[in-house]
Design a protein around this ligand. Sequence first.
Ligand code: B16
Ligand code: MG
Length: 218
Amino acid sequence: MKAVLFDLDGVITDTAKFHFLAWRELGAELGIEVDEKFNEELKGVSRLDSLERILAQGGVSDKYSPAEKETLCTKKNEHYLELIQEMTPDDILPGILPLLEELRAAELKTIITSASKNAPGILALLQVRDYFDDIVDPATVAAGKPAPDIFLAGASLAGVQPADCIGVEDAASGVEAIKAAAIAAVAVGDERVLWLADHVLPSTANLSLAVLRRTWMK
Ligand code: B16
Ligand code: MG
């Protein structure tokens, strides 16, 4: 195991609640209800794909032009950015900082493989950017999660083979993407949702270098 590919939202910090609030408000303006259960399906899904799913849920996919969809995405993101401005290093999820310290001491590569275009800004707010060797720019990958592209790009940025990596995810679409890239997957959350992973942990607090190594060797 030479590199760890980290999802951001739901793994490094819990931005899911802010994405949810922003989508729920936009949905309300469009007359479409976005509840917490539906929000689960949006985890790990890109901004535009999330909007497409919301519009499909409301049965109005054909009502908006590409330009209008772009405007709606921008509106959601402006609200989301307002919501996350209060984030501080206290919002790093439990167990993540000790894990990053362990990975650094073991000289393993660490890459952010998040669908979020806001990842650099969030890492800055959390003051953890220096723990990561690189960030995959999601705008440069052809297909979003559950396609393997972002994790393959992560392995490439780390300069290692996919087989030498492990991915850490909280979303079903993300785990699917890791496995499609033929990479070992550790997931954090509900086993019934994340069953495709090689190992599922209830919380980020259960993450450690030893757990990652054991999973990778499976
Ligand atoms: P943005 P991840 C994903 O991040 C989120 O889980 C998902 O809810 C969001 O729509 C997506 O990023 C795009 O984010 O609008 O900030 O570009 O889980 O892949 O780190
Ligand atoms: Mg996530």
